[in-house]
Design a protein around this ligand. Structure first.
Ligand code: 13P
Ligand code: SF4
Length: 311
């Protein structure tokens, strides 16, 4: 048991002793965001992981993010507080099925969302995040045939916005899929002046009502910039913590699920990480991400293309 242990003080002691950097995604619990060395979106966290001179990366996010850190920084020890922190998009795209999909479309390149396994990254040509997808796609000729996986909503959004016809893998994020259009319209009626900011993982019937669509860092920037005092947030509600810190005078309301509140839109995978598990991960340097070198090198190729094309 951890009773009697000052977990925050121990995390501080251990991070110095181990020369560790604590990276956290915006969907982590506020207490984790507040003690992280850096909080960001998937692209920013990848860049931090690639650049850090720490010996240990304690990654407070989901497994594909920690794996990305290990792919880019293989000499570091990368720990994830809870190894069960997966992602429904990753689960929707088993590598053997993805390989078969590629084989059916030999004249297509694979542009792939970072929310996938190392194996799927290794089978892909270029990785994208929600903040870099449009910039990367704009560098690919219109005539190039493309398959896009695993998020059909992000892929569909980019297809519509950029006039493309990428073939889409049918994966979804269970969190963004759970927003209710009916409940969102009720909330909009209650706050007619409040803009809606949505993540492109949302289905089209939610994106249709959005004033702004973008990645978590994009939504956060919009929260600071929009003219008004109240905003509706259609992404995982833990990001509201950063908004309230940045612009405490504004009000942020999480978009509702079918039950009328935003609690059903908490990412169950992200929520597995706790301060206690972070402390244990720094203490034991476990659970640790390990990736076979041959597959790491293949995955790194597609991630390096992302980092080059997104910069
Ligand atoms: P971004 O932070 O890159 O927008 O990704 C959101 C997400 O769902 C990560 O799992
Ligand atoms: Fe995956 Fe959705 Fe959770 Fe992001 S919010 S980690 S896409 S399940």
């Amino acid at each position: 048991s951890l009773s009697g242990i000052d977990v925050r003080a121990e995390i501080d002691r251990l991070r110095k002793e181990r020369n560790a950097v604590i990276l956290a995604h915006y969907y982590q619990k506020p207490e984790i965001q507040d003690l992280a060395d850096f909080v960001g979106d998937s692209l920013e966290l990848s860049r931090k992981a690639a650049e850090t001179d720490a010996d240990v990366i304690a990654f407070c996010g989901v497994r594909f993010m920690a794996e990305t850190a290990k792919i880019l920084s293989p000499d570091k020890v990368v720990v994830l507080p809870d190894m069960n922190a997966g992602c429904s998009l990753e689960d929707s795209c088993p590598p053997d099925q993805f390989a078969a999909f590629r084989a059916q479309h030999p004249d297509h390149i694979a542009l792939t969302y970072i929310n996938c396994s190392v194996e799927v990254k290794a089978l892909s040509d270029i990785i994208v995040t929600s903040s870099s997808a449009e910039k990367i796609l704009s560098q690919i000729p219109q005539s190039q045939k493309i398959i896009f996986g695993p998020d059909k909503h992000l892929g569909g959004y980019i297809n519509r916005k950029m006039g493309r016809d990428m073939l889409l893998w049918p994966g979804v994020c269970i969190v963004h899929e759970a927003f209710s259009e009916t409940e969102l319209l009720k909330l909009k009626a209650q706050y007619p002046d409040a803009p809606v900011a949505a993540h492109p993982e949302c289905p089209p019937h939610v994106l249709d009502h959005a004033d702004y669509v973008g990645s978590t860092s994009g939504i956060l920037a919009y929260a600071k910039d929009f003219d008004g005092d109240t905003m509706i947030v259609a992404t995982e509600p833990h990001i509201i913590h950063q908004m309230e810190k940045a612009v405490p005078e504004k009000t942020f309301i999480g978009a509702p699920g079918a039950d009328g509140n935003c609690n059903c839109n908490i990412c169950p995978y992200m929520a597995l990480n706790t301060l206690e598990k972070l402390y244990i991960a720094l203490r034991d340097l476990e659970p640790r991400i390990e990736i076979a070198e041959d597959i790491r090198l293949k995955a790194k190729k597609s991630l390096d293309r992302m980092l080059a094309m997104a910069s």
